[in-house]
Every structure is written in C-alpha cells, then in structure tokens.
Design a binder for this molecule. Sequence first.
Ligand SMILES: [Zn+2]
Length: 380
Amino acid sequence: MEREYKICQKCVMDSSDKTLTFDDKGVCPRCNEYETRIVKWWNHGEGHEEELNKLLDEVKASGKGKKYDCILGLSGGLDSSYLLHLAVAKWGLRPFVFHVDAGWNLPVAEQNIRRICDKLGIELHIEKIDFEEMRQMQLAFFKTGHAGLDAPQDHAFIAQVDKFSEKLGVKYILNGYNICTEIVANPASWNEGAGPTADKTYLKDVMKKHGGFKTKNYVYTTGFRHKFWLPYVKGVKTVHLLNYVPFTKKEMIETLVNEYGYEPYKQKHFEDLLTKFIEGWWLPTRFGYDIRKAQLSSLVVTGQMTREEALDILKEPPLTEEESKELFSQVAKKLQISEEELMSYHRMPKKYIKYRNKSWVFKLGIKLYTMLGLDKRIRR
Ligand SMILES: [Zn+2]
C-alpha cells in the first residue's frame, strides 16, 4: 500500500524516506536532533579556535621528522577541495594528497584538482584503478537492482585511505565531512538491499553472485581494519576539521573560485560521470530518491537557504532530458553494454537477494565511536 505523501515542515525530507516519522508539528527527527544535539556543539563553526589549535598542534607534532603529517583524499568536489585549501594555505599542514582515478572523472574535476594542487605546490599522487576490473564490478552492482551502485568507487577510495595511512605511518586522516553541507545524510532506507560500502565480504559476494569474476589489482579494505585495527591498534585518527571553522557553502565556492579558478559543479558529486548519472537520473527515476532533498535540507536546517528556495529547486529534475539521454549513452558505452541492457537493469523488480556481509562489525564500530563521543553525525 502506498503511504500518504508527507514532507517535513522545517526541511525538505519527505516520505520518499520510507522510515521517516514526524512529530505533532510535522517536523522530522533529523531537524529535532540537529537542534537538540548538533548545533549546540557545532555553533556554526564558531568558538572552536582553542580545540582547533590543539588538534592542529597534535597533527603537526605527529609528523615531526616525517615528510607528511596527515593524509587527504582529494576528489575534486567542494568539501575535499576546500579542506585542502584550509589545511595547506591557512593551517600550514603537510598532507599526503592522493586522488583515486576510477576512470569516471569528468574533465572539469581533473582541471579543478590540477589548479588547486598547482597553486598550493602540492605533489598529487594519483591512484589509477584498473578500469576493466572497475567496469566488471560496476556491472555486477547494476545487476543487484538496488540503489547502492557506487560501492566499487566508494570502497576503492576508503581502501586507499586505509592503505596509505598504514604504509606511510601517518596518524591523521583529514576527512571532508562537514555539518555545514552534510548534516542531513541520505537515509538508510534509500540504500535498501545494499551492504556496508567498506566491506570486502559484501563486494566480493556481489561479484560472485553476478558475473563470478575475481579482481587481481583492486585494493580492498575490511570493516575490522577500517573500524578497529587502524583507529585503535595503529592509532590513526580521522578528523573532521571543517566542523571547527565557520563558513557557508557560498563562501566555500567563492574562496575556491577566487583563489584557484575553481569551476563549481551543478550538484554535489557531479564531478564524476557515473555518480552524476546515478544521483542525477538513476535514483530519482527508478526509486524516487532525489539526493538533493538531503543536500538542500542540510542547507535549510543550518540556515543557508530558506525552505521555499529549496522547494523551488526541487520543482525541476536534477538533469534535463537532453543531459540525461547523453549521460545514459555515455555510461552504457563505458560499461560496454547496449543501452537496452542498461535499461533492463533500470526496470528490474525491486526485490533484492541477500548478500553476505559483515555489517555487525560496522555497527559495533559506530556504537563504539558514539560511546566515546567521537560521532557528530545524524545517522538514520
Ligand atoms: Zn526535517
């Protein structure tokens, strides 16, 4: 039975999140949690100078006598680009900067990455993923029928962070996660049927069940390594320094445009051809999941945009029909399948088979972070 359509009266999250509830004022739990738990600590990045300086001193001390004092993965997106700018130009950190090239980069992203690294004098390390393997993995994920299609790229990125932090002996990972633009996360219900992204067991089982091939060059990580071994045994800390400084999304863009000639993207994650296709067309048209609802809600609850402005943006689809058609044929071509085959995955019934996974490791890891007060996110 179809549920009645409902939308939060404060943000723009709605019943496309099947599990979303509303209080008697029609407000969703995310908005309430932001008020009761998040903004009190965060305070829009204001008043954290002391904490920030202490953290920066620790990062610098940990890198004494070494070439690098931290690691930063640069996607070319707004968050990691702005973080790199602050880390190097403002805070004087010496990050090992790497970029994962999974074969789906759009030229504008490569240009942005180059411009920022050149001006900052950064030696960029590019990890090129074996595209034939990536293509096979991606195809296997399309055959699952579920929404978590970007797992091969996301996993590759996480695995590289883990690999480098161990290899280089660096104790700090700079992560671009920020309350300002990301506090309203994509609901877990938008990922129905999918396993944890950082879970090797899950990725391998998807490939085993759809295609049965084995990768040779792809680098994996595991929940154990990611959530326990590195943070607690190796003492590698992931820090979200963007939460300790005040800025708005508009200011982020202006800074990067003025300082580096950065070219902004129309939507978050639109620096990557496949992600643009998945988030801009596949998810909204197959599932009714419009990722912009979470992105815009983050701006609304943090006071950077009115709810009316967000609703106005949502009236138009993320991509025009022409853009969608063009992307569709580009993606089919890169996956080396016909457009008919790609469309057949779009029409698959929304019934999912179970994949082996170690989600309990991740749940335990998150529980531990929350207990230690390290988690400043709203998780749903
Ligand atoms: Zn809300």
